[in-house]
Design a protein around this ligand. Structure first.
Ligand SMILES: Cc1ncc(COP(=O)(O)O)c(C=O)c1O
Length: 309
């Protein structure tokens, strides 16, 4: 059935296709520049013509497929409005607290949502995405490799998936043991990756269902991470107990900030601030008031998650 939304989705997908071809060209230029080479512009003109031709055919095929198959996609519909609303709330709270809104990175938690929805999100200006599982990320991130997005691993990481995580993610929020740090460091060496930004997950409520190092074990883990030559310790992350009332969660956010401040005073972040990854759909405003530098928001941006059987 045709709807206005399906028309919009089709045109949006063409626009995203164009964006990805532009971002691919930019990356290609950067790659050549890093090798001290320049583009052969004469060759490039021909090449562009050919790729434009195949690009047009590609768009035509996508358009026909979407023309026939497009169905209103709940997660994509209204995405722009929801994303803008979350961003505006962060900006309002930040200004009220005397903070610069651009200090706060909004990570859109895309877990369970398909590549098509992530593309929609890129189209409305989302730059950072959060995924919980390595396996799910493997079906998404490579499909979007020509897009300029940053990928955050925000779920528990099993040591046997360390190498795959190193291949996929820009930053890991959930380091919780010295043995995992060691595995990630070795995986970086095997993958020839010079650096992996790391946040340590702290379990502040002692919940058995949650991962994370206890506050008392934190300094020992920090020491272990800083001994890993390829891991870059950048801050702390927490996943507090769920309370409908954001005020009840505030003490957990405050405690994480105090722990970060202690590490900062001890010089662990150099002249950087030390990241604080905290706050989800129902409590990101409280987290922002308490100093979050990264908020991880899923439902408030994408709508309810698609539950897989
Ligand atoms: C670690 C983590 N952070 C953030 C989120 C986003 O939660 P919400 O959809 O409530 O914003 C999730 C969702 O599963 C999560 O696992």
């Amino acid at each position: 059935m045709w709807t206005d939304n399906s028309h919009r989705a089709s045109f949006k997908s063409l626009e995203n296709g164009y964006r990805s071809s532009v971002s691919y060209t930019i990356r290609w230029n950067q790659e050549l520049a890093s090798h001290g080479k320049q583009l052969d512009h004469a060759a490039l003109k021909g090449c562009r013509f050919e790729s434009r031709q195949s690009y047009c055919w590609g768009c035509f095929v996508i358009f026909i497929v979407e023309f026939r198959m497009a169905e209103p996609n709940e997660a994509a519909a209204g995405l722009r409005e929801r994303f803008d609303r979350v961003r505006e709330k962060i900006e309002t709270v930040a200004r009220r607290c005397g903070r610069e809104p651009k200090e706060i990175t909004l990570v859109a938690v895309s877990k369970t949502h398909p590549v098509s929805v992530v593309r929609e999100a890129l189209g409305v200006g989302v730059t950072d995405f959060g995924e919980n599982r390595v396996q799910e990320a493997e079906s998404k991130i490579p499909a979007l490799r020509y897009e300029t997005a940053r990928w955050h691993l925000i779920g528990h990481l099993q040591a046997n998936k360390a190498r795959r995580a190193v291949r996929l993610f820009d930053i890991v929020h959930t380091l919780d043991s010295a043995s995992l740090a060691d595995r990630l460091d070795r995986a970086c060496a095997e993958e020839h990756r010079a650096e992996l930004p790391i946040l340590i997950q702290v379990d502040l409520a002692g919940e058995t269902t949650k991962s994370g190092v206890s506050a008392t074990g934190l300094s020992e883990l920090v020491k272990a991470v800083t001994e890993c030559s390829r891991l870059r310790f950048q801050g702390l992350m927490t996943l507090p107990p769920f309370f409908e009332d954001g005020e009840q969660v505030r003490p957990f956010f405050r405690r994480l900030r105090e722990l970060r401040d202690e590490l900062q005073v001890a010089g662990h972040f150099g002249d950087r601030r030390g990241e604080l990854s905290m706050g989800m759909s129902h409590d990101f405003e409280v987290a922002t008031e308490e100093g979050a530098t990264i908020v991880r928001v899923g439902t408030a941006i994408f709508g309810e998650r698609i539950h897989k059987p």
